[in-house]
Design a protein around this ligand. Structure first.
Ligand SMILES: [Zn+2]
Length: 259
């Protein structure tokens, strides 16, 4: 490994903005896990250049789920890549908007944080340029122990729904887990306890945490925040419930519209 701080044991980490994207070496080129927001593409390209990777070396784009901060500039890369995603992502990607059909924000602090952020970032409206998948793209509809290996990556794709119905994670054989938004470590000061800030289905969410704990995962590399030990999930399992989620603005009773 080099001294380049973007190069860590498991691959290359790029943080063009709010989202960590990870590059894994495949037999042919690289697999990129997630993109950032639509407006972060230039910053992504700059970081990619700093890491010594050419954009046309990216052969695969694995989307952990359809949210705006994960697929924002996917279309910029689409021509040269094969997309890997969950089957449930196809329609959601086509819709170009974060699914808000259920669930809520994690707690009041997260709610007000999101509110402030929406004032400061008017372009943040939970939409993204719709992504239309093609026949050659690869969709999984369950855990998949073959797909990545066929690309030369020693790992498994795990279904980890709960944050969204289409959430998937990548588990490498060495215990490295790229979990998308199935867990996160930013902002811990908002009391998130390694939870994602928005949960669609709490029961499913903790089932995914149980699955992760039983999967052999050791170190979690989230899309938001620094890596952490998988044991943090065991410690905070069940800290939130359906009743504690914020679905409505505590003052105006408007639907809490953030993802
Ligand atoms: Zn998300």
């Amino acid at each position: 490994m080099t001294d380049d701080p973007t190069r860590e044991v498991m691959g290359i980490k790029l943080s063009p903005g709010a989202t960590n994207c990870y590059l894994l070496e495949a037999d042919r080129g690289y697999l990129l896990i997630d993109t950032g927001y639509e407006w972060e593409y230039r910053s992504f390209l700059a970081q990619l250049a700093d890491a010594g990777v050419a954009v046309d070396e990216i052969e695969y784009l694995l989307l952990t789920h359809h949210h705006d901060d994960h697929v924002g500039f996917a279309n910029e890369l689409l021509e040269g890549v094969t997309v890997i995603a969950h089957e449930a992502a196809e329609d959601l990607l086509q819709a170009g908007e974060n699914d808000r059909s259920g669930g809520g924000l994690l707690n009041r602090r997260v709610y007000y944080l999101a509110k402030v952020r929406s004032w400061l970032t008017p372009e943040w409206d939970l939409t993204f340029p719709p992504v239309t998948l093609r026949d050659d793209d690869m969709l999984v509809d369950g855990d998949d122990d073959q797909l990545l290996r066929e690309l030369g990556i020693d790992g498994t794709i795990l279904e980890t729904p709960g944050h969204t119905p289409d959430s998937i994670s990548v588990l490498l054989d060495d215990g490295t887990l790229f979990c998308g938004d199935a867990a996160m470590s930013r902002p811990l000061w908002a009391g998130i306890k390694y939870h994602t800030i928005f949960i669609t289905d709490v029961d499913q969410y903790y089932e995914s945490w149980q699955k992760i704990l039983g999967s052999g995962a050791k170190r979690v590399y989230p899309a938001h925040g620094d890596p952490f030990d998988v044991e943090r999930l065991r410690e905070h399992m069940g800290a939130y419930s359906d009743d504690s989620l914020i679905e409505r603005d505590p003052i105006t009773s408007r639907y809490a519209d953030f993802g």
